[in-house]
Design a protein around this ligand. Structure first.
Ligand code: ADP
Ligand code: ADP
Length: 211
């Protein structure tokens, strides 16, 4: 299946994508991870996109589309996380999929209030060893280093100021895409203010993996 996991910063896209990967064996394509990997490499492209990332601004469409496209064709099934974020990207995705005779099967939109999201993101920690995301209260990092050695660090762009800016951009440019996918009849919305396991149950139902 080709699934878009959609929603604002902190809604739990990465967390639920991880569960879907475990359940379906699909690949997790997270454009934010692609951006951070490129920055870490210190490439010319990485230097160019770092400014946007650090300021909480979107990387220009043509750059992010070129970075994402090769991954769509690499796997039979995927969970796309963090893309598309505006009309131009949604169109580019449709065109890229048409070229390989594929389409998006389902868009799962996670929904929660901005206040909940800001609170949630301040407790987010990411493992430098595995890239996996945890929460200091709701999903604590393992103490056993065989499972994930860490260290578990806060993202530079998870400051309250940068989070609010990213949420503003989400509401203006990204959220309207829900109508686009609703019209295609492939949108499922999920209340993401529930606990992680409750959200997972609804997500699995949305992709027919709730047996
Ligand atoms: P968040 O969703 O919290 O903003 P991500 O990890 O998804 O974080 O993305 C980190 C950064 O990578 C974004 O702030 C943005 O600069 C860039 N980025 C990721 N995906 C896209 C995209 N589809 N379009 C433009 N920029 C993107
Ligand atoms: P996104 O990828 O949408 O930005 P993440 O999956 O990184 O969101 O989740 C943001 C933070 O909130 C992480 O620290 C994660 O562990 C935590 N989290 C995710 N889902 C829930 C939930 N349903 N309830 C409480 N905390 C959650």
């Amino acid at each position: 299946m080709r699934i878009i996991i959609f929603g604002p910063q902190g809604a739990g896209k990465g967390t639920q994508a991880g569960k879907l990967v475990e359940e379906t064996g699909a690949a997790h394509i997270a454009t934010g991870d692609l951006v951070r990997e490129e920055i870490k490499k210190g490439s010319e492209l990485g230097e160019k996109i770092q400014e946007y990332n650090d300021k909480g601004e979107l990387v220009p469409d043509e750059i992010i589309i070129e970075m994402t496209k090769p991954h769509l064709d690499k796997h039979d099934g995927w969970i796309l996380d963090g893309f598309p974020r505006n009309q131009a990207q949604a169109k580019a995705l449709d065109e890229a999929l048409e070229e390989i005779d594929e389409k998006v099967d389902r868009v799962i939109a996670l929904e929660a209030s901005d206040e909940d999201l800001v609170k949630r993101l301040s407790g987010r920690r990411q493992s430098e060893a595995t890239g996996k995301t945890y929460h200091i209260e709701h999903d604590p990092p393992p103490e056993d280093s065989d499972e994930d050695a860490g260290p578990f660090v806060q993202r530079d762009d998870d400051t309250e100021e940068a989070i609010r800016k990213r949420l503003e951009t989400y509401h203006e440019e990204t959220e309207p895409l829900k109508d686009y996918y609703e019209e295609q009849g492939i949108l499922v919305t999920v209340d993401a203010s529930q606990g992680i396991d409750e959200v997972t149950k609804e997500v699995m139902k949305a992709v027919g993996e709730d047996k």
